[in-house]
Design a binder for this molecule. Structure first.
Ligand code: NAD
Length: 434
């Protein structure tokens, strides 16, 4: 196991490099080499600014008290407040939070937003808790984070197993702890809130819409249409469902889905809306969906299709399953779904990858719009939101695509080069304090 040293904020510690962190560091270093990144800026970007770990007690429905561990990692804020989601999952730990926070720094930079990168969550299996318990856990976590988050400092959003309800509880808790006259001015402490409570009309679908747009723009550049193209999705949650919804509207056919419970396929097509209705009554699981056959978990990524959309967790496509992938295009709805070894095999096989920091950036762009809406006391209309999302994703996609063509490199390295150069420029312009 290799190590890197973290040292901002007067903490010096050894960070074990493994798992997702190893991926993000390898991707970063490869792009940094390409652009000949200044060594001092490489040092700064290789570590996280702040790492907050909180242990907090919550009373359960049966009267017992349980202790939870929550994380918030703030990687970099050279371009603006830290921005990134909160995940509730048993795999959440400091390594995952660091890697995901770094990805957010590159993502917000690439999208041209005035934000940095952060990420966090709670190590928890939320399916084991009642709604009331999840509300108390979320509120107590928000209280424990205290002034480590804030509308102009660090702005969380939904991620795996968190949603607009989670964000509504967080906003309410944070605002309730402010002096009365300041409460409403803090509504933009989180984004991804319900549309009735300061949320943005369209934010729910903005990530999936961006995934769909990235695929559509790629098809246009390659003189292809989406009509009749087949696709598979891993993860039928917020990102996977909305990506499927928009792709199907353009005539593409969903032929396979895998979620945390199992995998299904139908070569003739699975109706996205029917599957969505089914999971509302099956506790969120796609298993036993009528009109589809079940598939062995390990065979899922090898299903016949034109487009593959991993939209669940990190490190899903590796050297083990990359050789079996049939799709010509992989659109990364999830963060870090392909590890470095897996990617090497895919690129050698001529498979195109639209990288996460571009492909799923619709979410953070939608979050930026919500933040602006709250900050300026405005109410944006749905059509306006979708139009602005389209414009932003198109600009980013074109930038990355053209850079990758011009420099003869894959789209991930191109996206990283653009993102890192923007941060480098900010550091060069303002220097390092003192
Ligand atoms: P979600 O909780 O709404 O859905 C997650 C889905 O993944 C569920 O269908 C779940 O069953 C499935 N899943 C979980 N573990 C799995 C496993 N081991 N194998 C197969 N499927 C599994 O989460 P989401 O918000 O859709 O996020 C999905 C991914 O997209 C994450 O990587 C997240 O970081 C990324 N992302 C989300 C957003 C957003 O706005 N929600 C934005 C950018 C990136």
């Amino acid at each position: 196991m290799t190590t890197i040293t973290a040292g901002l904020n007067n903490i010096t510690q050894e960070i074990p490099v493994r798992g997702m962190m190893a991926n993000v560091m390898e991707q970063f270093n490869s792009a940094a080499d390409q652009i000949n990144l200044h060594p001092n800026i490489r040092k700064i970007l290789s570590i996280t600014n702040n790492e907050i770990i909180v242990n907090f007690p919550v009373k359960m429905d049966n009267g017992e008290v349980e202790i939870f561990t929550g994380y918030r990692v703030q990687h970099n804020n050279a371009l603006g407040p830290y921005k990134g989601g909160l995940r509730y999952h048993p795999t959440v730990d400091i390594d995952a939070a660091r890697a995901l926070a770094m990805w957010m720094t590159w993502k917000t930079s690439l999208a041209g937003l005035p934000f940095g990168g952060g990420k966090g969550g709670i190590k928890i299996d939320p399916s084991k808790y009642s709604k009331d318990e999840l509300e108390r856990i979320t509120r107590r976590f928000t209280f424990a984070l205290a002034d480590n988050i804030g509308p102009e400092h660090d702005i969380p959003a939904p991620d795996v197993n968190t949603n607009s309800q989670t964000m509504a509880w967080m906003a309410d808790t944070y605002m309730s702890t402010r002096p009365p006259a300041e409460r409403t001015a803090n509504q933009h402490v989180v984004t991804g809130k319900p549309a009735g409570s300061g949320g943005l009309d369209g934010r729910d679908r903005s990530t999936g819409y961006g995934v769909y747009l990235s695929i559509k723009f790629w098809a246009e550049k390659n003189n292809k249409t989406l009509e009749g193209k087949t696709f598979i999705i891993q993860g039928f949650g917020n990102v996977g469902y909305w990506a499927g919804y928009f792709l199907e509207k353009d005539g593409a056919i969903l032929v396979g889905v895998q979620d945390a419970y199992g995998s299904i396929q139908n070569k003739k097509g699975i109706q996205v809306e029917d599957l969505f209705k089914y999971i509302q009554v099956s506790d969120g699981s796609v298993v036993n969906f009528p009109n589809a056959q079940s598939v062995n978990k390990d065979d899922f990524f090898g299903l016949d299709c034109d487009i593959c959309i991993p939209a669940a967790l990190g490190n899903q496509i590796t050297k083990e399953n990359a050789p079996s992938i049939k799709a010509a295009l992989i659109a990364e709805g999830a963060n870090g779904p392909i590890n470095v070894e897996g990617e090497k095999i895919l690129l050698e096989r001529g498979i195109t990858i639209i990288p996460d920091i571009l492909c799923n950036s619709g979410g953070v762009v939608g979050s930026y719009f919500e933040w602006l809406q709250n900050r300026n006391g405005e109410l944006w209309q749905y059509d306006e939101v979708m139009g602005k999302l389209h414009k932003k994703i198109k600009e980013s996609f074109d930038k990355v695509y053209e850079y990758s063509e011009r420099e003869a490199m894959d789209m991930r390295t191109a996206a990283y080069c653009i993102a890192i150069k923007r941060i480098e420029k900010a550091y060069v312009q303002r220097g390092i304090f003192p």
